[in-house]
Write a protein that binds this ligand. Sequence first.
Ligand SMILES: CC(C)(COP(=O)(O)OP(=O)(O)OC[C@H]1O[C@@H](n2cnc3c(N)ncnc32)[C@H](O)[C@@H]1OP(=O)(O)O)[C@@H](O)C(=O)NCCC(=O)NCCS
Length: 178
Amino acid sequence: MTEIQTPRLLLRRWDPEDDLVPMAEINADPMVMRWIGDGNPLSLEETAEKIERWEEEWDDEGFGLFAVELLGSGELIGFTGLSVPDFLPEVLPAVEIGWRLGRQFWGQGYASEAAHAALEFALQDRGLDRVVSIAQLANQASVNVMTKLGMTLDRETVHPVHGAPLAVYAIDLTEYQA
Ligand SMILES: CC(C)(COP(=O)(O)OP(=O)(O)OC[C@H]1O[C@@H](n2cnc3c(N)ncnc32)[C@H](O)[C@@H]1OP(=O)(O)O)[C@@H](O)C(=O)NCCC(=O)NCCS
């Protein structure tokens, strides 16, 4: 099952044509990208490559980042979902949960609502027993979502390429209460 409905959201796989422009707008916002990678916004072409890779991960791994849309309007608000955190070899093997929403969709509980559904998916559909989440230490909004999900600090480290201080949170899904 790769579509999940929550009270306000639909989590689904990517439609590279329809999702490109709205996701590129999100990735082009410096405030959204501030704590991600080198902190630079992405171009339309870079977002097109990302969507292609996100879909490949679904095909290769059986899990991936869900495109998240608002029920009713069908507006794409960003993503939440699972990926392999290749950028941080010290935590591998691992599956990471992550999220990124357009700025106008922050502060409404959407990230947490989608993340709960993605954790359920990890446990029930994919049988994963542990999920991590990685954020720059200063990214309080992201760490806030992690703690609301019941994740706890596993370790602090630094990004191997950019050197930014990172927090690695983790959850044992065998003890996860939805
Ligand atoms: C990280 C990110 C997804 C968090 O989004 P968010 O909207 O702050 O997260 P939530 O969905 O948990 O919502 C937060 C607030 O919405 C409010 N809210 C409003 N209506 C709500 C509702 N119906 N249900 C729950 N919360 C609601 C709550 O006050 C909550 O804050 P609190 O937990 O302090 O009480 C967002 O900041 C983002 O996209 N950032 C840029 C990308 C990024 O950094 N991604 C992570 C990289 S590691």
